[in-house]
Design a protein. Structure first.
Length: 240
């Protein structure tokens, strides 16, 4: 979904809002350099397992009700999707205790992340920004992307759809605002599509513009309000 080349995968990668996905575990097995950040990681493996078990049936039922929003080519059915997601989450849960000790899973949340300037080569963010456009304002998106650009040379965001398989209501405004600030912003096709029409990512390269403390604090409040309304969905998709 991020069209990562072999060269990209040799760099220092941050996965933002990774939730219980297996990307970190899989790349670590291939000797990759990856850190995942998510507020989910303040919980123990057992607590996360309980949250998955408590909400899994509802998540799958919502998918069944909205099958028309997805392309069923590589994944043939909701049942197969469920098996794949559970397998990915099991890989994550197996890796999680050791990963926490190795500081590969870090408790943190947008729009302020606990990393140094330029710490990563690429930051990727899937199924969080743009997907939850109803919960997060355009300003929140802009400030969050600025923060990702502070810590990474390049940022990639996928998909550019919001829930309901619609182009995000914030996409144009975010693109325009970032471009006006001096960021390099492109929308590029990717060789992956599960949400119908969700085959594009946004790629952003950093500017050196500062992020004011007041804007950052306001956006942190927005994140917490949104998370309180959708505690499982945000950061808990299990997508890889």
């Amino acid at each position: 979904m991020f069209d990562l080349s072999d060269n990209d995968l040799r760099g220092r990668i941050l996965g933002c809002g990774d939730g219980p996905a297996s990307f970190n575990a899989s790349l670590t097995k291939k000797n990759g350099q990856i850190v995942s950040v998510d507020p989910l990681y303040r919980f123990s493996a057992e607590d996360i397992r309980k949250r998955i078990s408590a909400t899994y049936a509802d998540v799958m039922e919502q998918t069944r009700k909205n099958t028309h929003e997805f392309t069923w080519t590589s994944i043939k059915s909701v049942d197969e999707l469920g098996r794949l997601r559970m397998a990915a989450m099991e890989d994550f849960l197996t890796d999680y205790p050791q990963g926490k000790e190795q500081k590969r899973y870090v408790d943190g949340e947008l729009p302020h992340l606990p990393f140094a300037d330029g710490e990563f080569d690429i930051a990727v963010c899937s199924h969080l920004l743009f997907l939850y456009s109803e919960q997060f304002t355009a300003d929140f998106h802009v400030v969050s992307i600025q923060e990702l650009c502070r810590i990474a040379s390049e940022v990639r965001i996928f998909p550019l759809l919001e829930l309901g398989a619609k182009t995000s209501r914030h996409l144009q405004a975010v693109t325009d605002n970032l471009s006006a600030m001096g960021y390099s912003v492109t929308v590029d096709p990717v060789p992956y599509e599960f949400q119908r029409g969700g085959n594009q990512m946004m790629k952003i390269r950093a500017s050196n513009l500062p992020l004011t403390a007041g804007v950052r604090a306001a956006s942190r409040r927005e994140w917490r309000v949104a998370r309180s309304k959708a505690p499982f969905a945000i950061g808990m998709t299990g997508e890889d």
